[in-house]
Design a protein around this ligand. Structure first.
Ligand SMILES: Nc1nc2c(ncn2[C@@H]2O[C@H](COP(=O)(O)OP(=O)(O)O)[C@@H](O)[C@H]2O)c(=O)[nH]1
Ligand SMILES: [Mg+2]
Length: 349
């Protein structure tokens, strides 16, 4: 899963990136040309995986991973150039960093609501340009599918009303039709309100909460500078600082939880002497589809899934014990995988 950090210069994208990844990419004005990117991979901490690994002592333990991409860009005139737009299109989800701290170098006071609205307009316009071109072509071509033409016309209409495509109800077939366009306003969006360290104890303004829910996005508040400084400390010193600052959980953990929720992801687990592993799976996935995450052969040759709950397995100590206790279920193709399911797939190819 790839999450793109986007926003206007000086909002703190690179600082957030460093806070999330523990890396030290260069921050500050002019640190990067528009369209350049920093890439970092983060393991999603998961206590269930830790405990399963302690039980199985596997050769390898694998956590779910999220790739963060810090996309430099946006100009003082607030327009996004092609390089930035193209980089944004490749992401599974976007995270806009909103500046809510005073930055003398930015030359303007912090108005996060305006940054949110401005980027929204940019994304709507970028999508509209693509949709209009497509509609023009579809209408000229006598062989084009009336269904597709109707759908793209609906999309153009939505964008002309300056609303994101996220709000358009699309069925599975329609989703497939539009997937290739990589519309920006169709991507899940998470907002990070980057606040000054002095403002950590303050609550998020109600208006911003409303804007976020109006756009169908999640909202996380943090002070990127503080989080970055702590993320770059030795691991054993970090919790002390979190406590001293009254910060509770590291921003990275809160952020990852919000991203999982936003992307509608749950965690499926697999265990064995070779590997204990967490697999992010879309909520509502049937067993064969979830199996396809591991290997397409398992999806194709799916026979059944043997499922135990992670907490039962940890309590009873082995799958054999779970079977004896009636805690191992055999499920078929219709089974919807649940968060925390430990699954063994039986398949035949
Ligand atoms: N006071 C304060 N400064 C910050 C915070 N986050 C970022 N900055 C500063 O703002 C400037 C721009 O940050 P940067 O991450 O490079 O922004 P980007 O252009 O969006 O990548 C840098 O000088 C950072 O040190 C914060 O939470 N508080
Ligand atoms: Mg930057």
């Amino acid at each position: 899963m790839k999450i793109g950090l986007v926003g206007f210069p000086g909002s703190g994208k690179t600082t957030v990136f460093n806070a999330l990844t523990g890396l030290s990419a260069k921050t500050g004005f002019g640190a990067a040309r528009p369209g350049t990117r920093n890439l970092g991979v983060v393991r999603v901490p998961d206590a269930r995986v830790d405990k399963l690994a302690a039980l199985y002592q596997p050769k390898k333990t694998t956590y779910a991973e999220v790739t963060f991409c810090d996309i430099a860009g946006g100009t003082a005139s607030r327009e996004l150039d092609r390089g930035v737009l193209n980089a944004m299109r490749e992401m599974d989800a976007l995270c806009q960093v909103l500046r809510a701290f005073d930055n003398p170098a930015a030359g303007e006071p912090a108005v996060p609501e305006r940054e949110l609205a401005d980027l929204q307009v940019e994304m709507v316009l970028a999508d509209l340009e693509i949709a209009e071109k497509k509609l023009h072509r579809l209408r000229k071509d006598r062989d084009s599918s009336p269904l597709e033409t109707k759908l793209i016309a609906r999309i153009v209409q939505q964008l002309e009303s300056e609303r994101p495509l996220r709000e358009v109800a699309l069925d599975a077939n329609q989703r497939k039709l539009v997937a290739g366009y990589q519309f920006l306003t169709l991507k899940p969006l998470l907002l990070v309100l980057n606040i000054a360290e002095e403002a950590l104890a303050e609550t998020i303004p109600e208006a911003l909460h409303r804007s976020a829910s109006d756009l169908g996005t999640g909202l996380v508040a943090l002070s990127a500078q503080v989080e970055m400084d702590i993320a770059q400390m030795p691991a054993e010193e970090r919790s002390e600082f979190y406590e001293a600052l009254g910060l509770g959980e590291p921003a990275r953990d809160r952020f990852l939880a919000a991203a999982f929720e936003l992307l509608d992801l749950i965690t499926m687990l697999t265990v064995g002497p070779d590997e204990c592993r967490a697999w992010p799976v879309r909520a509502g996935s049937a067993a064969p589809k979830a199996a396809g995450k591991i290997h397409s052969d398992i999806e194709r040759g799916f026979i059944r899934a043997e499922v135990t709950r992670c907490e039962d397995l940890l309590e009873l100590g082995s799958e054999a014990k779970c079977r004896e206790a009636g805690k191992l279920r055999v499920e078929g193709r219709e089974y919807i995988v649940q968060d925390g399911d430990v699954v063994h797939f039986r398949f035949n190819v």
